[in-house]
Design a protein around this ligand. Sequence first.
Ligand code: AR6
Length: 196
Amino acid sequence: MNIEVWQGDITGLDVDVIVNAANESLLGGGGVDGAIHRAAGPGLLAECQQLPELRTGVRCPTGEVRATGGHALLARHVFHTVGPVWRDGRHDEAALLANCYWQSLRLAEQMGLESIAFPAVSCGVYGYPLHQAAAIAATETMTWQKSHARPSRIVLVAYNAAAFKIYQQALANAGPVPEQVAPVLASFAGGFAPAH
Ligand code: AR6
């Protein structure tokens, strides 16, 4: 059991599931969403289009998650979650972002998946301050691992060196390390294949 920080492009990871920072339509966009759709190929968009709309233009409300296949990705599945748009921190942003992590971990457990990789949900176009988002990612994933066996590998993906350091610090701050479940703080995920 460990939580890892890995720097690079999430689309190249050989894990059971990569999480996508999507929007409520689930019909693609820029940032990591665009990268995942490009790498997965058109089958991913076709599958997203088949997911039911709860109301016009909303297939996944903010804070929730929907699963699809991985299509041309190495990852077997994609979880599409929708992070909050950052306003001022007083509009439930933290709780909604925590839900993205918690609901994704719960779905991975229900599906019997062993490994999951998260990008920095909400930290691009949606403007969430990375320090605060990294603290939430660290707290939610570490709390999850204290009481759940699966997924046994949780990877926090930093897209650049600055984000890598912020994640390292967030994990160090999120202790105390649970007994007998020592996370490998900020290790590179040596077992993952890089992008082609
Ligand atoms: N691998 C890993 N991380 C990445 C990658 C990548 N290939 N590309 C970007 N990031 P964003 P959001 C990082 O904007 O803020 C889309 O249009 C990036 O550096 O992708 O949740 C959706 O359709 C940043 O730290 O997601 C939505 O409309 C993080 O991923 C909207 O953007 C998230 O940045 C969602 O905005």
